[in-house]
Design a protein around this ligand. Structure first.
Ligand code: ZN
Ligand code: ZN
Length: 588
C-alpha cells in the first residue's frame, strides 16, 4: 500500500471513531460484544480510572489465529456483516469490524489471542501496527485499549467525568449480564469489583448481584403468553420504585432493547399503586418470532418496533396488573434482617435468605430451590376475572395518634394507618365508580354558584366546557368572563362545593391537552384528597372501624391515589426485636 493510501485509511478510521466510539462505554460495548460472539462463558472487564486510562477485556472464547488477529483491525474486516440485510436481523450484533479499526486508530491497543495452540500478540498505536509476535497459549482473547483519544485532543475534551463514564459502563454491563445470565461477568474499576455474576443461568441471581438483596426480596416472577409472544421475568412490588426508567429492562430474543411503549405500559399498570413519577424495577424477557420485529439499528441505540404491538402491550398490562392487584402489599415497617423461615413473610412469595453483609460482590451461594419462585401464576384471559376477595387482612383499631395515624392490631402484629391516605383511597374508588356509571346523576343547587375568571382563563375554559358538562355539571355563561353553575354531579360532596368546582376548572385551564380518561382520573384524585380527613381530626372508635372496613373493600387498599402507602405493618417479631425481647425469655 502506498504511504498516501495508508494515511487515507488512518484518517477515515479516525473520522469513523468520532461517530462510533463516543465514550469509554462504546469501547467496552464493542469489545465485550466481540467476546460474546466468540462464545465466551466468562468475560472480565478491567478499567483503570473508569476506562479513561485503560480498558481491558479478557474472555475465554474461541480466540483468533494470527491472520485474523491482524485483519481484525483493518477497516474493512466486516466479517460479521455480509450484506445490508444482516443489519436488520436481531441475532446479528452488527457494526463490528469497522468499530475495532476505529478504536485502534485513536488509542494504544495490546491484543493477545489464542485458539488453543500458538498464541498471537499484536501491538497497535494510533492505528499503526507496531508489533506482531508469538503470544501465550491461553485460549481466548485479551485486549487492552489504553489512552483512548490520546491522538485526537478535540475528542478527548468531550469525555465526560470519571463518574459519568463509569456509570454508563456499569449500566451497559448490568444490562448485558441480565440478558446473558449464562455468562460469568466481572467488572472492576481500579480493583473495585462493581459487578460479578456467576454465569449459572439464574436471572434472579443476576438481579441480586446488581440490585442487592432488599430489592430481590421484593420482586415477583411474571409469566404470560399469547399466540405471538411469550414473556418471563421479574417485577418489583409497588413499594420499590426508582426515580429513573433506566431500571426497566426489556430483553427481546436475548438482546436488551428499548421501547417507550413497553415502559409506559408497565408504568401505567402500576398506576395509583406507586407515585406516577417513580418507576419500578423490571426485567422482562420477551420471546418472539424475529419476523414480527423491526429493529432500528444504530451503534449506540437499540430501538425496536413490533408489528403486533397492541397484542404485546395488552399482554404486558394484564400480566402486571393481575400480578400486583392480587397481593397483600402492606409494607413492613422494618425491612432489614428478616427472621428467617418460620415466620412467613407477609407478602414475599419467594424468600431469599440474606447473608448479613450487604456487599454485592460476595459470591452468591443460594441453593437453587430457595430462589425458585413458587407461584404457578397463569394469566387470566379476562380482566373481570380478577380476584375480588379482600386483600387486606382483618384488623382492629386501637387508637388514634396525633389525629393522623390509626393504630390497629391483629394476631400477626401491629399496623399504622395514615388516616388521610386511607380516606383518600376510599373516596377515590367511590368517585371513580360513580363517574364511570353509564348515567351519572346530577343534583340541582339551591344556590347556584357564580365563578369569575380572568379573560384568558375564561377563553381556555370555554374551549373545554364540554368536560364540565360531561361530568354532569350544568353550567351557563353569566356576564363577562363568568359562568354560573346550577347543577353538580351527585357524587361530588356538597361540602366546600365552590372550592371543588374551582379546583376542577383549574385542572381544565392548566392542562394543555388531555383525554377524557386522564381528566376524570385527575378530578377523582384531586377530589378524593380534598374531601379526605385532614390531620388533627377527632375520630370515634366507630368512625375508625367504618374507615378500615371501607378501605378493605377497595380494589387497592394499600395506596392512596398518589401511590403513597395507606398502611404499614410491624410484625410481632419486629416488635419483640424492638424491645430486645427476641432471643430472651420474654416473660421477664
Ligand atoms: Zn391528599
Ligand atoms: Zn394521596
Amino acid at each position: 500500500m502506498s504511504v498516501i493510501k495508508v494515511m487515507d485509511e488512518l484518517l477515515s478510521n479516525k473520522i469513523a471513531a468520532g461517530e462510533v466510539v463516543e465514550r469509554c462505554a462504546s469501547v467496552v460495548k464493542e469489545l465485550v460484544e466481540n467476546s460474546i460472539d466468540a462464545s465466551s462463558t466468562e468475560i472480565k472487564v478491567y478499567l483503570e480510572d473508569s476506562g479513561t486510562k485503560s480498558i481491558e477485556v479478557i474472555d475465554n472464547g474461541k480466540g483468533m489465529d494470527k491472520d485474523d488477529a491482524v485483519l481484525a483491525f483493518s477497516r474493512h474486516a466486516t466479517s460479521k456483516i455480509k450484506d445490508e440485510d444482516d443489519l436488520y436481523r436481531l441475532d446479528t450484533l452488527g457494526f463490528r469490524g469497522e468499530a475495532l479499526a476505529s478504536i485502534a486508530s485513536v488509542s494504544k491497543v495490546n491484543l493477545k489471542t489464542c485458539e488453543g495452540d500458538i498464541g498471537t500478540h499484536v501491538i497497535i498505536n494510533g492505528g499503526k501496527i507496531i508489533e506482531v509476535s508469538k503470544g501465550d497459549s491461553r485460549k481466548g482473547t485479551s485486549i487492552k485499549v489504553s489512552e483512548l483519544f490520546y491522538n485526537t485532543p478535540a475528542r478527548l475534551k468531550h469525555m465526560k467525568s470519571l463518574y459519568t463514564e463509569l456509570s454508563s459502563i456499569t449500566d451497559y454491563m448490568n444490562k448485558l449480564a441480565l440478558s446473558h445470565p449464562n455468562i460469568r461477568f466481572i467488572l472492576k474499576n481500579n480493583d473495585n469489583v462493581i459487578l460479578r455474576t456467576d454465569g449459572r443461568g439464574n436471572l434472579l441471581k443476576v438481579i441480586q448481584s446488581i440490585y442487592g438483596n432488599d430489592v430481590v426480596r421484593k420482586m415477583v416472577s411474571v409469566h404470560a403468553e399469547n399466540d405471538d409472544y411469550e414473556i418471563d421475568g421479574y417485577i418489583t412490588l409497588p413499594e420499590v420504585h426508582r426515580s429513573s426508567r433506566n431500571n426497566m429492562v426489556t430483553i427481546v430474543n436475548g438482546r436488551v432493547v428499548r421501547n417507550q411503549d413497553i415502559n409506559r405500559t408497565i408504568n401505567e399498570a402500576y398506576h395509583s399503586y406507586k407515585p406516577d413519577n417513580r418507576y419500578p424495577i423490571t426485567v422482562l424477557n420477551i420471546s418472539v418470532d424475529p419476523s414480527v420485529i423491526d429493529v432500528n439499528i444504530h451503534p449506540t441505540k437499540m430501538d425496536i418496533k413490533f408489528s403486533k404491538m397492541d397484542s404485546l402491550l395488552d399482554l404486558i398490562r394484564i400480566m402486571v396488573i393481575s400480578k400486583i392487584s392480587s397481593k397483600n402489599l402492606i409494607p413492613k415497617a422494618f425491612l432489614k434482617e428478616e427472621k428467617p423461615k418460620e415466620e412467613k413473610p407477609i407478602y414475599i412469595e419467594q424468600y431469599i435468605k440474606l447473608d448479613s453483609n450487604e456487599s454485592k460482590v460476595e459470591e452468591i451461594d443460594l441453593p437453587d430451590e430457595e430462589i425458585m419462585i413458587n407461584d404457578d401464576f397463569s394469566i387470566v384471559s379476562d380482566e373481570e376475572e380478577y380476584k375480588t376477595e379482600k386483600l387486606m387482612p382483618q384488623m382492629y383499631p386501637v387508637g388514634l395518634v396525633h389525629g393522623t395515624y390509626i393504630i390497629l392490631e391483629n394476631e400477626n402484629g401491629m399496623y399504622l394507618m395514615d388516616l388521610h391516605a386511607a380516606k383518600e383511597r376510599c373516596n377515590y374508588e367511590k368517585f371513580k365508580y360513580e363517574m364511570g356509571k353509564p348515567i351519572v346523576a346530577s343534583t340541582p343547587m339551591l344556590f347556584p354558584i357564580t365563578i369569575e375568571l380572568s379573560n384568558s382563563d375564561y377563553i381556555l375554559l370555554k374551549k373545554h366546557l364540554n368536560l364540565l358538562t360531561d361530568l354532569k355539571f350544568k353550567v351557563e355563561e353569566f356576564g363577562i368572563n363568568s359562568i354560573v353553575v346550577k347543577e353538580h354531579p351527585t357524587w361530588l360532596p356538597t361540602k366546600n362545593l365552590e372550592d371543588s368546582i374551582r379546583t376542577i376548572i383549574d385542572v381544565i385551564i392548566r392542562e394543555k391537552e388531555f383525554s377524557i380518561e386522564k381528566f376524570n382520573e385527575k378530578v377523582a384524585t384531586m377530589m378524593s384528597c380534598k374531601h379526605a380527613v385532614r390531620a388533627n381530626t377527632h375520630l370515634t372508635q366507630e368512625d375508625m372501624e367504618a374507615l378500615v372496613e371501607d378501605l378493605r373493600k377497595c380494589k387497592n387498599p394499600f395506596n392512596c391515589p398518589h401511590g403513597r402507602p395507606t398502611t404499614v405493618f410491624y410484625s410481632k417479631y419486629d416488635l419483640e426485636k424492638l424491645f430486645k425481647r427476641s432471643g430472651f425469655d420474654t416473660k421477664k
